[in-house]
Ligand binder design. Structure first.
Ligand code: IMP
Ligand code: MG
Length: 187
């Protein structure tokens, strides 16, 4: 990564800021084409998706609207608990609307599966998923992700909205943490 200082807790950069921005431009182009004559509502899943949502929205050249949900599926650990808690619900009705769920990352898929069932019950006109990162192969349940960004290996990553214990969300790239940053003894 030329000219970009890597955070001292990061062992390796998995995807650079440039790679991420290129991918978002492509996703935005597809979404712009697919929803050209439709009234699109982006639903971002907080907190992780806030960085991605901001960049994605600016690469979609349509008059979109925004809503957010906040869910919690992880404590401060790095493993999926499978328990999804809704901390903040939608502000708007989605009945009859074209909804695109914007997620940062799909790991087990439990969070997104739960949200799909939850939103589907409100009878949107359409409901699709856009997730920037996808640990394909880790899903406990099959998932149809219409707008996937990157397939990544099943490692815990941080940056670009993704956290470990609420830290590292503001890194412009995604990377793998050094074991010492998890509180492991350095040897
Ligand atoms: P899932 O329910 O196992 O698919 O997990 C989805 C959620 O877990 C994401 O929205 C993230 O908040 C979090 N998550 C999953 N993998 C990672 C990771 O590698 N780094 C940071 N957060 C992750
Ligand atoms: Mg998240």
């Amino acid at each position: 990564m030329n000219g970009v200082e890597i955070h001292e807790d990061i062992e390796a950069v998995l995807l650079s800021s440039e790679q991420i921005q290129d991918k978002i431009a492509t996703l935005g182009k597809h979404i712009t084409e697919d929803y050209r004559d439709k009234d699109l509502l982006l639903v971002g899943i907080l907190k992780g998706a806030f960085v991605f949502m901001a960049d994605l929205a600016r690469s979609i050249h349509l008059p979109i609207e925004f809503d957010f949900m906040a869910v919690s599926s992880y404590g401060s650990s790095t493993r999926s608990s499978g328990v999804v808690r809704i901390l903040k619900d939608l502000d708007y009705e989605i009945t009859g609307r074209h909804v695109l769920l914007v997620e940062d990352i799909i790991d087990s898929g439990l969070t997104v599966s739960y949200l799909l069932r939850y939103l589907e019950a409100r009878r949107p006109e359409s409901l699709e998923i856009c997730s920037l990162f996808w640990k394909r192969g880790e899903q406990a349940v099959p998932l149809d992700v219409k707008y996937p960004g990157f397939d990544i290996p099943p490692v815990f990553v941080v940056g670009y909205g993704l956290d470990y214990s609420e830290k590292y969300r503001n890194l412009p790239y995604i990377g793998v943490l050094k074991p010492v940053a998890y509180g492991a003894e350095s040897t």
